[in-house]
Design a protein around this ligand. Structure first.
Ligand SMILES: [Zn+2]
Ligand SMILES: [Zn+2]
Length: 527
């Protein structure tokens, strides 16, 4: 090494020491900031399907009240900028520090989570080392699914979510009944073993399984013959034990689903029936693990999605933190339009000649207002006719969480500023239309004594969100208004299963009209 080079390294080394101090500060602050679950005000507030975790991400602040949180977040930002600069200017020093910091952050999260959990994180995996680590997988965006649809034209993000949601609940219930081996066509042996060992021999049942949020964390490269999708769930369930004891858990866990790329996904009416992936018969295995109906032993993702890994990140008795003030993020960010949105819109209109924007926009506004009201009044059943089954269930989780903590999230003076279409997708079964909605409202959380615990009851909060509505592909739009059944026209009255009490038509799956399928916040919406 030449002298000049050594010379230039000297200041870098000095920087190195400074940055070690920076790193140490990061170690102190980051787990603090990250571990603070963020408040979840309003409908779909950051716990949306497809959204990016809690509202405000990790920047919600570490302090109890006042501006402490912002300060910590800012400090972290500054530290990150410094580190970034170092990496650019002196990659030899910067990159190892980056790696070190990443390791510390990951370590910090694990440590923090450990200390908060009543039980340690549990990882069940049958994934072979280096098979395809999530880190090498593509970030999630519609383009990954478009590419996948090239091989599996039936693939639908909406249906995939419904499937993972159904499988999660069925697997938990089967765990309680000690019937997990029946699920071998969907779960790797190591996953079954891990889940069986979770709660001891006294376990008699798992009930009340609710998925409060589920989002796709990553999708592997669709150009490879095997597809991996990692899904993160936020869930709530109750374990019942032999002596009459029961424990309610809130968990956050990641499940890895693997499947051969070139399989055709099941149609909507079959996707949530967790049956033999080969023949569609009810799950029942022979002694050697083959299907009793078709005789095929399913050992991987040859016929359907197969879980190779369950990673329980947190499992605790305490519900989500609902009392923290979180600054609104991203309201002024530029709108994310689908690439070539105008062309897609023209194509959609050509395929749906009786589609009318004003009618749908009217429905979007109506649903928006109805949902805020149903949420505030804690009469979520009022929202039932307007939202998909998964969305309805997910929101119930949050309503229950508020109720259990004796809290009330009040939304008032709701004003819709603007409703803007930004994306249209058409998969084999559904049309999906996403709007960015700008609105403002008073949004605060109060306890039973009407003490305000977060938010501001006197000043409205301006925000924007991306709302996605779905309907069956090519359905002739209903000409009914929004307070009558879109099928039979009777006054709107639906069962909890989303069925009209008059015509018995299922009106919450998009057969007759658009229903809300997900809400995403600015900071998590990726187009
Ligand atoms: Zn079979
Ligand atoms: Zn009806």
């Amino acid at each position: 090494m030449s002298t000049p080079e050594r010379k230039t390294q000297k200041p870098a080394r000095r920087y190195g020491r400074i940055y070690l101090i920076v790193v140490t500060s990061l170690v102190v602050f980051l787990p603090m900031v990250i571990s603070t679950s963020v408040a979840l005000a309003r409908v779909g507030g950051g716990h949306s399907y497809g959204g990016g975790g809690s509202r405000g991400g990790g920047s919600g602040g570490g302090g109890g009240g006042g501006g402490g949180g912002d300060c910590a977040a800012e400090l972290v930002c500054v530290l990150f900028q410094l580190l970034f600069q170092l990496t650019v200017d002196h990659p030899v020093i910067g990159i190892p520090i980056d790696l070190f910091v990443i390791a510390l952050i990951v370590g910090g999260i694990v440590i923090t989570r450990n200390s908060r959990s009543a039980a340690p994180p549990i990882v069940y995996s049958s994934q072979r080392r280096g098979e395809e680590a999530p880190a090498r997988m593509a970030p999630v965006g519609e383009d990954a699914f478009e590419a996948l649809r090239h091989y599996d034209p039936n693939f639908s993000q909406i249906l995939f979510t419904d499937f993972t949601y159904a499988l999660f609940a069925r697997v938990q219930e089967a765990r309680g009944r000690k019937e997990l081996p029946e699920y071998a066509p969907y779960l790797a042996p190591a996953v079954i073993k891990g889940l069986q060992g979770m709660s001891g021999p006294d376990l008699r049942g798992v009930t009340g399984v609710i998925v409060g949020a589920s989002r796709i964390v990553s999708v592997s490269n669709p150009e490879r013959p095997k597809i991996l999708i990692v899904v993160e769930f936020e869930t709530n369930y109750t374990e019942e034990f032999g002596n009459g004891r029961s424990t309610t858990w809130y968990t956050k866990e990641q499940w890895t689903f693997v499947r051969n790329r070139d399989i055709l996904s099941r149609p909507p009416d079959k996707i949530t029936a967790i049956h033999c992936p080969k023949c569609g018969g009810a799950l029942a295995l022979t002694a050697d693990g083959a299907c009793q109906h078709c005789g095929v032993k399913i050992v991987g993702g040859d016929f359907d999605w197969f879980v190779t890994r369950v990673n329980v990140l947190t499992r605790e008795n305490r519900g989500p933190l609902l009392t923290q003030d979180v600054p609104e993020v991203g309201t002024d960010w530029p709108t994310i339009y689908q690439p070539h949105f105008n062309a897609v819109r023209q194509r959609f209109l050509a395929m749906n000649p009786n589609f009318a924007w004003p009618r749908l926009e009217g429905r979007v506004r109506h649903i928006f207002l109805e949902l805020q009201a149903a949420w505030t009044e804690r009469r979520w059943e009022k929202a039932r006719p307007y939202v998909s089954d998964s969305f309805f269930q997910m929101q119930l989780y949050w309503m229950n969480a508020y109720q259990k903590q004796h809290l009330r999230n009040v939304l008032k003076d709701v004003q819709i500023e603007r409703v803007e279409p930004v994306k249209i997708t058409m998969d084999a079964f559904h049309d999906a239309l996403t709007f960015r909605i700008f609105a403002s409202m008073i949004d605060f959380t109060a306890d039973e004594q009407n003490h305000v615990v977060s938010g501001n009851p006197n000043s409205p909060r301006r925000f924007s969100e991306y709302w996605t509505f779905i309907r069956h592909r090519g359905v002739n739009s209903s000409d009914k208004d929004n307070v009558h059944c879109p099928n039979c026209g009777a006054p709107l009255k639906v069962s909890m299963a989303g069925v009209c009490e008059y015509c018995h038509g299922k009106i919450t799956d998009g057969t007759f009209d658009w229903v809300l399928s997900r809400i995403e916040q600015d900071e998590s919406y990726r187009g």
